[in-house]
Design a binder for this molecule. Structure first.
Ligand code: G3H
Length: 249
């Protein structure tokens, strides 16, 4: 954790969930968050129903991706303004599954972050190396390149969160060593400093990749790990709330 930064535990339901899942979300919203900010990013089909279901609970609701345009001929896409209209407060951009499945580039991710800000949303910008890149010793260089390309230099701590997700740790049950997490997060903080100056010291850097209640405390205790982006373990209230409870604040 970074002194003075309020931790964020963010769920990402990916392509999971129907109306039948709203009960689980309601149970999450009724949990205890303490000093933690809690967010669940949902498929677009669920956002407005989720916002209605949780009422005035502190749990925030976000989207998983947005187009960079306000509106137009982009079949199947959704704009940041539409997400905001549905009640979202955050949106994930540049998740590795989007970069891989939809060929998203660093420049495209930066444009989506700017679209998020335009709509008043917080952009959660994802970066992370593949297994091949790690094995080739390129992890830090990849992170530098992704930060330079995906994080607009106007980013503020108030409207931007960085999520470091080693691609090989997502949904695999594998996590980097604590030393590797510490090295990556310290590197990200340094690179953000070069790009953003003083804002970098206030910006949240999340770790993502096989976070669960049993490993959350150890990961969140690492310097410069200011929260988590959680996939599989965010689908069940008991697991998600377990991660929040494990947060060392
Ligand atoms: O966005 C979340 C991440 O991709 C992590 O997913 P996971 O917790 O299922 O490994």
């Amino acid at each position: 954790m970074t002194p003075g930064i309020r931790p964020l535990i963010a769920g990402n339901w990916k392509m999971n969930g129907t109306a039948a899942s709203l009960g689980e979300l309601k149970a999450m919203s009724e949990g205890s968050f303490g000093q933690v900010e809690a967010l669940v990013c949902l498929p677009a089909t669920l956002i407005s129903r989720a916002v209605d279901a949780i009422g005035d609970a502190a749990l925030r609701i976000g989207g998983e991706d947005c187009h960079n345009a306000v509106s137009g001929a982009h079949t199947g896409d959704i704009s940041a303004e539409m997400l905001a209209d549905a009640g979202a407060t955050h949106v994930i951009v540049g998740h590795s599954e989007r970069r891989t499945d939809h060929g998203e580039s660093d420049a495209g991710v930066a444009a989506k972050a700017e679209a998020a800000w335009r709509a008043g949303l917080v952009a959660i910008i994802c970066i992370g190396e593949t297994k091949a890149e790690r094995q080739a010793g390129e992890t830090l260089a990849v992170l530098s390149r992704q930060i330079a390309g995906s994080v607009p230099k106007e980013a503020l701590a108030a409207n931007t969160v960085i999520a470091y997700e080693p691609v090989w740790a997502i949904g695999t049950g594998l996590t980097p060593t604590i030393d590797d997490v510490a090295e990556a997060h310290a590197h990200i903080r340094r690179e953000l400093g070069l790009l953003l100056g003083g804002e970098a010291g206030k910006m949240r850097i999340l770790y993502g990749g096989s976070v669960k209640p049993s490993n959350a405390t150890e990961l969140l205790n690492v310097e410069h790990v200011d929260g988590a982006l959680v996939g599989g373990a965010s689908l069940k209230a008991v697991d998600f709330l377990g991660i929040i409870a494990a947060c060392p604040v």
